[in-house]
Write a protein that binds this ligand. Structure first.
Ligand code: KG4
Ligand code: ZN
Length: 373
């Protein structure tokens, strides 16, 4: 149950935030400065090397890795730039930290539970209020790390490995999902395309580098992939047909070249496929976002989630929204904040706290399918 915060004392807010919804174990310290949140530390222990072996996240492996990393990561975030020290961490938790924030969902249940129970335990042991945060809301707040104004309504294009949606943020804590993917998320499509081309994991950064290399070479792409449901009347997305089209293209190249496997496809051809794929994704994201701008007239547009690290996609979206409204700028997350991290959870929590939306450790629940309300 959410209760009004009665403890509106003058002590500046200091939040320990924890995020473990997928494959990054993360903790961050956020403090209040001039009525705004400031990131003091943002520690991320990535499991990518572990998941590279399997070409994707194995949930059981992810939760075990979170178990190993959670205490050192939390201690490092508390130590700021000083040496990690149990006594110092205890002192900071007891005397300085005012709130604990944690991702409550959506995500992998076994992963979520590790961070969630760590946060609950800290809230209980040090008698602190707890702020459960939706992971997607965290991504949205990642665009506002450097005190840029919240000019509502804000249109958020949220694109990661697990999510692809257009969300209208009417004010702090007030959201309306106006469109979302009907099948794969964009990040997932990048990962799958990389995998079927025999490239590494995660596929997003690899495909985007190859596509950029092809564009930089100045050569044309002499084929194109479909832009599924681009012209329908909704703000939804569909990526699985695009992925299947890439698979078909790869099969055709293997057949015509009499090749046995994707290792035998030359690098330039792979780069061309990456460029054609990325162009199709860029078109779909840019077109749908621009349509939403046209209909909803937002004052700001933000592009967040792991895929927002992709500069080309950001440029495509920005060009298209500027065609609708020349004043609009596309805001993207600050450095190190596009992928999963705990600072974004702390930033979102800051505004929950300001609205008095905090809970007691007994009242919070984890929800792997948590909706953004
Ligand atoms: O937000 P995130 O770290 O985790 C989830 O909440 O899913 O997003 C991870 C996803 C992965 O699918 C990864 O391939 C993708 O973001 N990604 C990218 C890029 N960097 C990461 N996709 C396209 N281009 C990139 N530069
Ligand atoms: Zn995420």
């Amino acid at each position: 149950m959410v209760k009004q915060c009665e403890t509106m004392d003058k002590k500046p807010i200091k939040i320990l935030a924890i995020e473990t919804s997928c494959d990054e174990t993360a903790a961050s310290l956020i403090v209040e400065e001039n009525d705004s949140p400031k990131i003091i530390s943002n520690i991320i222990s990535s499991q990518i090397d572990l998941h590279r072996i399997t070409g994707g996240v194995v949930p059981e492996v992810a939760s075990r890795a979170h178990m190993e990393a959670i205490v050192p990561v939390v201690l490092s975030s508390l130590a700021e730039n000083k040496e990690v020290n149990y006594d110092l961490a205890r002192e900071i938790l007891r005397n300085n930290v005012t709130h604990v924030a944690v991702t409550a969902g959506p995500g992998l249940i076994g992963s979520l539970l590790v961070g969630f129970n760590a946060a609950k335990t800290i809230a209980y042991a040090f008698d602190k209020p707890i702020v459960p945060i939706n992971h997607i809301e965290g991504h949205i707040y990642s665009a506002f790390s450097d005190k840029q104004g919240f000019d509502f309504p804000i249109l958020a294009l949220t694109v990661s490995g697990g999510h692809t949606s257009l969300i209208l943020m009417k004010s702090h804590g007030e959201y309306e999902t106006i469109g979302q993917t009907l099948d794969d998320a964009v990040g997932e499509a990048y990962d799958k395309v990389a995998s079927l081309l025999g490239l590494g994991y995660p596929g997003g950064p690899i495909i985007s580098k190859m596509a950029q290399k092809y564009r930089d070479s100045g050569q044309n792409v002499d084929f194109s992939f479909p832009r599924p449901i681009i012209k329908d009347k909704t703000f939804n997305f569909s990526l699985s047909g695009l992925k299947t089209a890439v698979l078909q293209k790869v099969k055709d190249i293997l057949a015509t070249g009499n090749l046995e496997n994707t290792d035998q496809i030359d690098q330039k051809t792979k780069e061309k496929i990456a460029a054609a794929f990325e162009e199709a994704v860029g078109d779909v994201l840019a077109y749908k976002t621009a349509k939403a701008v046209e209909k909803l007239n937002p004052k700001r547009v933000i592009f967040v989630g792991g895929v927002s690290a992709n500069k080309y996609l950001g440029q495509r979206v920005e060009e298209e929204i500027k065609n609708i409204d020349g004043q609009l700028q596309l805001l993207t997350p600050g450095r190190g904040l596009s992928g999963d991290n705990a600072a974004m959870i702390g930033l979102a929590a800051f505004y929950h706290i300001k609205r008095g939306k905090v809970s007691g450790w007994r009242d919070v629940k984890v929800d792997s399918n948590m909706k953004l309300l």
